[in-house]
Design a protein around this ligand. Structure first.
Ligand code: COA
Ligand code: MG
Length: 320
């Protein structure tokens, strides 16, 4: 089995319109886990060609010490005349790590992208050891895609994650978006489950379109909490102000980490004493609860928590 999906740190995915040289420059000063330069919906058809050209020179000028953890481009949908041009222009750019494919409807959309990448950049997409292929992330934003999640997840060896596109999904189903997000429950839950079943590294939640004004922060925090509880490991952002909030909300909280540390210390003692089920703070603990605590502690280490100090503080924790 692969490592637990929830330890992968793709928390904030920031879209940057490739038509804006100002925002592209700004993106290099930000500390987002992922930056996705967008050639799709934030670029009008008449600007696609120029945006693609500027994006290629922007990417080629970046040095490898860039602070961006994961550098991606959202190409145009494969049913448009632009997608092939996007792939031809981008596949050979060495700094590009990930391609986000929008409006993936079925497995054949990802097969198409996979075939083009292999054709345009054969060395990078060969089976030779050390080859570093461009990873793919599929944007799931139609009813058809939800019905075909199983084959979409198995369509390409380069597929690394899923993203939920709420606005297109709402348009496809004539859904009215509400603050509770209950109308997306089935689709979002199906995606998280499929991503986990196929060992994909990440499943990224919907965009919070409210980014400005007094309510923006609390709306975003509420959405993050909802997504984290459902099993998403990150969220799409459209504005730099959203990035730190998303990173913070998708990291474990201090209380969660402390609980997991205490649990694992006591669990070791319980299992040495031959106790499979035991109690901590009045709650029953057994193997799956301990497994969840282990994932949480691994994630906390990635997020910079001082787990060693917590271990020392709680070294005398006993199973109740
Ligand atoms: N990426 C990088 N920089 C961004 C940014 C983004 N997504 N959004 C805003 N900025 C920059 C602005 O250029 C500005 O930079 P400056 O300090 O150098 O002037 C700064 O952050 C503050 O921006 P602000 O004035 O608050 O916002 P704006 O009015 O310039 O832009 C939007 C608002 C919504 C148009 C813009 O955030 C945007 O285009 N977001 C992405 C939209 C997108 O990609 N949609 C498709 C995917 S859903
Ligand atoms: Mg969309």
């Amino acid at each position: 089995m692969s490592s637990p999906a929830s330890t992968i740190l793709r928390r904030a995915l920031l879209y940057v319109p490739a038509s804006s040289t100002r925002m592209m420059a700004k993106s290099l000063t930000l500390r987002s886990d992922n930056v996705t330069y967008d050639l799709e919906d934030s670029v009008t058809p008449s600007h696609k060609r120029d945006a693609r050209k500027h994006l290629c020179s922007h990417l080629s000028s970046l040095d490898r010490t860039s602070t961006i953890g994961d550098l991606a481009v959202r190409i145009n949908g494969v049913s448009t005349p632009h997608a092939l041009e996007d792939l031809r222009a981008l596949a050979g750019v060495p700094n590009l790590q990930t391609i986000v494919v929008p409006k993936v409807n079925s497995a054949s959309d990802l097969s198409f992208v996979t075939d083009v990448l292999r054709h345009v950049a054969p060395e990078r997409h060969s089976t030779v050891p050390g080859a570093r292929p461009i990873k793919l992330i599929a944007l799931v934003e139609t009813a058809r895609a939800i019905m075909d999640l199983r084959s979409i997840c198995a369509a390409s060896p380069y597929l690394d994650g899923l993203i939920f596109g709420a606005e297109d999904f709402a348009a496809d189903l004539s859904i009215t978006r509400t603050p509770s997000l209950k109308e997306f429950l089935y689709a979002r839950s199906a995606m998280v489950t499929a991503a986990r079943a196929f060992h994909l590294s990440s499943c990224i939640d919907l965009v919070c379109t409210s980014y400005k004004g007094p309510e923006a922060k609390s709306v975003l925090e509420k959405e993050c909490l909802n997504g984290k509880e459902m099993g998403f490991n990150g969220k799409q952002c459209i504005h730099p102000d959203q990035v730190a909030i998303v990173q913070n909300m998708f990291a474990p909280s201090e209380a969660e980490v402390e609980w997991a540390v205490r649990l694992l210390i006591a669990d070791k003692k319980a299992s040495e004493a031959g106790r499979g089920a035991w109690t901590l703070q009045g709650k029953m603990i057994d193997a799956p609860v301990a497994a969840r605590a282990r994932v949480l502690v691994a994630k906390a280490k990635h997020c910079g928590f001082d787990v060693d100090s917590m271990n020392e503080k709680w070294q005398h924790q006993e199973p109740e």
